[in-house]
Design a protein around this ligand. Sequence first.
Ligand SMILES: Cc1cc2nc3c(=O)[nH]c(=O)nc-3n(C[C@H](O)[C@H](O)[C@H](O)COP(=O)(O)O)c2cc1C
Length: 179
Amino acid sequence: MDVFDAIKWRRSVRSYNPHYEVSEWQLNRLLEAARLAPSGKNRQATRLIVIRDRERKKRLAVLCHHQGFVASASLVIAAVSIEPDAKMGSGTPAHRVDAAIMLDHIALEATELGLGTCWLGAYDKEKLSEFLEIPKECELIALLAVGEPKDGWHLREADRLPLEELVFYEKFGVKKKKE
Ligand SMILES: Cc1cc2nc3c(=O)[nH]c(=O)nc-3n(C[C@H](O)[C@H](O)[C@H](O)COP(=O)(O)O)c2cc1C
């Protein structure tokens, strides 16, 4: 599978085989994909927490606004910024960008390994940060559920904007001229 295939095949998976265990080898590959992700000024200020314990995943599901499927994922990876004040040269906050790139590397590598993923951005931030014992000066950015898709793999067409709507040329609002 090449990178573009992984991009095409990745879809949010919200139903996992609860008996499937991501192997140590697979987990190491996912974490290595994360480690190699770029970050602004190569600051590398994102930390990952891997949650595998069954009871803790159940609690996690509750704290993720009762998204029950989270408990049946093999594992959940939380991305935490240890420098939430980091800015890009433009002044735009960088820490969330850095963490998002890292999680997306994981999601694409998981697809290559035949694993399903789902981003998790809906959660009680305060309670979940407390549950994961994240220090106050850090910020929980997002989580990714990882597991074996219960219903197997189906190439599903992504519901996305057409390129004509997505892309402007030279200036905001200028669409490609029709040939
Ligand atoms: C930052 C972010 C947060 C998300 N949070 C959730 C979530 O809490 N629960 C969920 O089921 N899906 C969540 N999603 C998944 C999106 O709903 C999904 O990516 C989008 O609908 C496109 O579908 P696809 O991933 O299958 O291509 C999140 C996605 C992103 C990028």
